[in-house]
Design a protein around this ligand. Structure first.
Ligand SMILES: [Zn+2]
Length: 231
C-alpha cells in the first residue's frame, strides 16, 4: 500500500496511508479541529504544527496551547510542519524561538517532527546538535543539493521527496539514489498529484519494484512512529 508522509489534500482511497498536515491556528475553534480528527478515514493520520509562514506573535500562546491539545489525539502522529524559512516575511529570531519551542513540545509528547526548511539547513542541523532530540526529525519536500543531502543523512534526518521527482532533472530525481532507503519517505505535499505517481517515479529512478518500495517506506513509517526515543 502507498504511504504519503505529508499531504495537504486527502485522496479518497482507504487503501492509502496518508498523513494530512494541519496548520494550527487558534482563531479556528477547537471543536472544528476535533471534528476533523474524529471524522477521518481509518488510514488517515495527521501532523500538526505552527508553520513559519503564519506565525503571529499576538496569538502564539493560544496557538501553542491548541497545538498541545491536538497532539494528544491518537491520530496525530507528528509535530509539524514547523521549521525555518529564510525567504518568508516572518521575523527570523521569532521563527527560531518558535521552532525550538515546538521541538521541546515534540520531545515532551514523544512525537517525531516534520520540518519545513527553506535556505536554513545549517541552522536546522545546528539546532539539532544543540537540542539533541530523542525523537526523529524528517525534512519534507527535499529538493536541494548533494552537500546539504549528505549533511542531513549524516545527522540521521529522514528525507521526504515529492513532486520534484516528476521532473527528471530536479535535484530530488538526481539524488534519490544517494538517500539510504531506511531514511526515505515520499509525499505529495500541497501539489495536485497522486501519491501513486510519486511512487512510480521513485521506483523507476531507484530501479526497484513498486511493491518493494511500498514495503520499505511502510517499514520506515512504523520505525518513526513507534520510536521509543534514542539517547
Ligand atoms: Zn506542506
Amino acid at each position: 500500500m502507498y504511504l504519503n508522509i505529508h499531504t495537504h489534500h486527502i485522496e479518497a482511497d482507504e487503501a492509502i496511508f496518508q498523513v494530512q498536515n494541519l496548520v494550527i491556528d487558534s482563531a479556528i475553534p477547537v471543536e472544528v479541529w476535533e471534528k476533523q480528527l474524529v471524522n477521518s478515514l481509518p488510514n488517515q493520520y495527521f501532523s500538526a504544527g505552527l508553520h513559519p509562514w503564519y506565525l503571529k506573535e499576538t496569538q502564539l500562546e493560544a496557538d501553542l496551547a491548541l497545538l498541545k491539545r491536538i497532539l494528544t489525539h491518537p491520530k496525530v502522529l507528528f509535530l509539524g510542519e514547523c521549521g525555518l524559512d529564510r525567504i518568508c516575511q516572518t521575523d527570523w529570531t521569532f521563527q527560531i524561538n518558535v521552532f525550538k519551542t515546538q521541538i521541546q513540545i515534540a520531545e515532551a509528547l514523544q512525537k517525531p517532527t516534520v520540518i519545513h526548511c527553506v535556505r536554513a539547513f545549517s541552522e536546522i542541523i545546528q539546532i539539532k546538535k544543540l537540542l539533541r532530540p530523542k525523537f526523529p526529525w524528517l525534512i519534507h519536500g527535499f529538493n536541494n543539493n548533494e552537500q546539504i543531502l549528505k549533511q542531513l543523512i549524516q545527522h540521521q534526518l529522514y528525507v521526504s521527496l515529492g513532486a520534484a521527482l516528476l521532473q527528471d532533472k530536479s535535484n530530488a530525481s538526481r539524488l534519490i539514489t544517494s538517500i539510504p532507503i531506511k531514511q526515505l519517505f515520499l509525499e505529495t505535499d500541497d501539489k495536485n498529484c497522486t501519491i501513486s505517481s510519486i511512487f512510480v517515479a521513485a521506483s523507476n529512478l531507484l530501479e526497484v519494484d513498486i511493491e518493494y518500495l511500498q514495503e520499505k517506506i511502510y517499514a520506515n513509517f512504523k520505525q518513526i512512529v513507534e520510536h521509543q526515543g534514542s539517547q
